[in-house]
Design a protein around this ligand. Structure first.
Ligand code: ZN
Length: 441
């Protein structure tokens, strides 16, 4: 290969850093970020002044960040459109925005340097997911004001892959392109990957005849079962990745081929997991809300941004060699969370466990009760045809298995009650209410 061309190729690097070295880098970058927002963003200046925080004097350790107030999505909305930008508009070369229906959309901006960083981060994430310069990558995210499409696009180009910007929808056309253009990597939401698999079956296209190797998933919470289904039906390896528009877009964290949590790009983002109610850090490995601070963003830095996404931080070493910590898959949104005995529980995830046991999710309802001062979680499971057992003993075994599996997953032992379907409480639309709190009675 000619030398000049070789130099132009982006080199995938393993993100390996000594923990102390990383902390020092994070501290320096946070210092610069806090100085910038204190100087240029009236929202942050006001917030810092309220608590008497002067970045130059009061930030001596990365943990000092915990003294700072959170930034919420409403804050970003209230700063519509450009109040949270930390550079003059003439330095902003790209603007994205959330769709926003009820409130003002959340508008974010990028400098030239921000776009370079963004591409680098996405290229890293794609590399971790197995993508190389040899691949043909089909991007089915929207190419519009949302960050998904263009974010992935430039990262894939930097990596040197051949990018097919097919954008969203028109599934049959997507499949034809995938087949004719010999797509090797599909970028999509997990549910859209399954829509594609369904349509391929309907129109009689055998997934084995495609060149597809990887599906890079993002954009919505999904489960391990969905991953297996995508992998088995499309004959691929499917990985998870995570992005937030207010933070940068895609490129915040991504899974490597070990498929065991998403590496956070900690040289560019500082990640915390906090209790969604108290805002205090959760114990190591416990579920909480992901809070992110940008360390290198120029146009739109965010400090302790509450993502509203629930996950766990994984601190153990990953066999891939990358040293950055990982986050678990997103387990749900904070507004779905139920707190019992100090444990954050997402009712939907209980359904996943029940599905694993019975093969399908039975109708169920979580009920929190209180005896004296002690809270108790009851799970009311409707007896359906597939869960119906004549003999009392078998029913008892089933209940035992359910109790055990749920206890293993959430860390508290629930009481499982098998009930008639009609006894589950419903809302006015007739849907089963996922959680009923009887503790206040
Ligand atoms: Zn890894």
């Amino acid at each position: 290969m000619p030398k000049e061309r070789e130099q132009n190729i982006w080199k995938p690097r393993y993100e390996c850093m000594d923990p102390e070295e990383l902390r020092q880098l994070q501290l320096e970058r946070l210092q610069a970020t806090l100085n910038r927002v204190f100087k240029n963003v009236s929202f942050y200046r006001r917030k810092f002044k309220e608590i008497g925080f002067v970045p130059e004097e009061d930030l001596t350790d990365i943990d000092d960040i915990k003294r700072l107030p959170f930034t919420s999505s409403e804050d970003v909305s209230n700063c519509y459109p450009y109040e949270m930008f930390a550079v003059p508009l003439r330095e902003v070369v790209r603007i994205h925005s959330s769709s926003g229906t009820m409130t003002n959309p959340r508008v974010v901006g990028y400098t030239k340097q921000d776009l370079k960083t963004w591409s680098e981060l996405v290229a890293r994430i794609l590399t971790a997911a197995g993508v190389t310069a040899e691949d043909v990558i089909q991007v089915t995210f929207g190419y519009g004001l949302l960050t998904g499409g263009l974010g992935i696009h430039y990262g894939a180009e930097l990596l040197g892959a051949s990018v097919l910007p097919t954008s969203t929808g028109r599934t049959e056309r997507q499949i034809k392109i995938m087949k004719d253009f010999r797509t090797t990597v599909l970028v999509s939401t997990p549910s859209y990957a399954l829509v594609i698999a369904d349509r391929m079956e309907q129109i009689g296209i055998d997934a084995k005849t495609l060149s597809l190797k990887y599906v890079v998933c993002a954009g919505e919470p999904w489960t391990e079962e969905m991953r297996r289904e995508i992998e088995e039906r499309l004959f691929v390896v499917a990985t998870d990745n995570y992005g937030v528009s207010e933070v940068i877009g895609p490129g915040v964290a991504g899974e490597c081929l070990e498929q065991d949590g998403m590496h956070v790009q900690e040289d560019h983002f500082f990640a915390e997991v906090v209790d969604p109610l108290s805002g205090k850090p959760v114990d190591a490995g416990k579920v909480g809300e992901l809070v992110l601070t940008t360390l290198t963003k120029e146009a739109f830095p965010v400090i302790r941004y509450r993502t509203g996404d629930l996950c766990r931080l994984i601190e153990t070493k990953c066999s891939c060699g990358r040293t950055f910590r990982r986050i678990s898959r997103i387990l749900g949104r904070c507004d779905q969370v139920v707190v019992i005995k100090g444990i954050n529980i997402v009712p939907e995830r209980i359904g996943d466990i029940l599905k694993k046991i019975g093969g399908e999710t039975p109708p169920y309802q979580l009920v929190a009760t209180r005896k004296g001062h002690e809270d108790q979680l009851e799970i009311h499971v409707a007896i359906t045809e597939s869960l119906f057992y004549d003999k009392m003993r078998e029913q008892r075994t089933l209940v035992d298995v359910m109790r055990q599996k749920v206890a293993n997953f959430i860390g508290i032992t629930p009481k499982i009650k098998l009930v008639e379907l009609r006894s589950l409480k419903r809302d006015e639309k007739g849907n089963i209410i996922p959680f009923i709190d009887e503790r206040q009675k």
